[in-house]
Design a binder for this molecule. Structure first.
Ligand SMILES: C[S@@+](CC[C@H](N)C(=O)[O-])C[C@H]1O[C@@H](n2cnc3c(N)ncnc32)[C@H](O)[C@@H]1O
Length: 259
């Protein structure tokens, strides 16, 4: 696929999502999960941090009170505008938002104590290139953190899972498996210091609403999940029902690598 066209798809999809992206009640804005991530990153007050593909700056804004300065880069102007607005509302004065691509970060070599990216690699054509860039701008001894969705290990199930994600959001490329995420950090010359995984529950309707998935995509996805619940072929989404709502489990991972 052509890189410029894919960037257009990312900007179009996240341009649509920007206004509601930071709403409460969604898994990405969930404060307990953010607190967990910040604790794992264990920031120090003197740190200079880069958040790559920051979106509306969920992680950047959660880290800001704990560090010296956060630079927050993203491809999509509408997401950055929302991030700036929210940082302003929160009175954060040490976060700077800037437009830029993960594959060509607008930053000098060996600049940051922590370079993080959250839920972005699965949107990229070249995740290895992006993590290589993250390693380049991390200072020696600094931390590169990747937080992302994880594909099932079984290739057929992973293909099915990524197909469902792509139907919901055409900017989804492919979530890597845990082994692929590990290999991606190692290929950038990083030494993995920590790997954590957890399952996170999501409500199907809210998850579909977030990307404004078109009616035919919604129908196909709900049908596939319902069929799986009735004993049909697995989607890799691990659907279940609770409180009358169709839900599923996302697998999340945090990998920390030292430069
Ligand atoms: C699912 S959102 C996650 C946003 C944020 N990191 C968070 O955790 O809330 C993915 C973000 O990645 C950005 N993105 C996707 N591909 C990118 C790339 N190649 N370079 C920079 N940003 C990118 C999108 O614009 C979008 O804001």
């Amino acid at each position: 696929m052509d890189a410029a066209r894919h960037q257009e798809t990312v900007r179009r999809e996240f341009g649509k999502q920007a206004r509601h992206f930071a709403e409460a009640g969604l898994t990405l804005s969930n404060e307990d999960y953010l607190r967990w991530m910040v604790d794992v990153l264990a920031p120090a007050p003197h740190w200079q941090v880069l958040d790559v593909a920051t979106g509306t700056g969920h992680l950047a804004r959660a880290l800001a009170p704990r560090v010296r300065r956060v630079t927050a880069v993203d491809l999509t102007p509408a997401m950055l505008a929302e991030g700036r607005r929210l940082a302003g509302e929160a009175g954060l004065t040490n976060v700077a938002f800037a437009e830029g691509a993960a594959e060509r970060l607008p930053c000098g070599d060996a600049t940051f104590d922590l370079v993080a990216t959250r839920f972005s690699l699965h949107h990229m054509l070249d995740p290895r290139g992006a993590v290589g860039e993250m390693a380049r701008v991390a200072r020696p001894g600094g931390v590169v953190a990747v937080i992302d969705l994880v594909s099932p290990d079984d290739p057929a199930l992973a293909a099915r899972y990524n197909e469902v994600e792509r139907r919901r959001d055409p900017s989804h490329m492919r979530a890597l498996t845990l082994a692929e995420l590990t290999a991606t950090l190692e290929a950038a010359g990083l030494t993995i210091s920590q790997t954590l995984t957890r399952d996170v529950e999501a409500i199907v309707e809210r998850w579909l609403e977030m990307t404004h998935a078109p009616p035919d995509a919604r129908r196909t996805i709900v049908e596939a999940l319902t069929a799986e619940l009735a004993g049909g072929p697995p989607t890799g989404m691990r659907p279940f029902r609770r409180d009358g709502e169709l839900r599923f489990l996302h697998a999340w991972a945090i990998l920390l690598g030292r430069r």
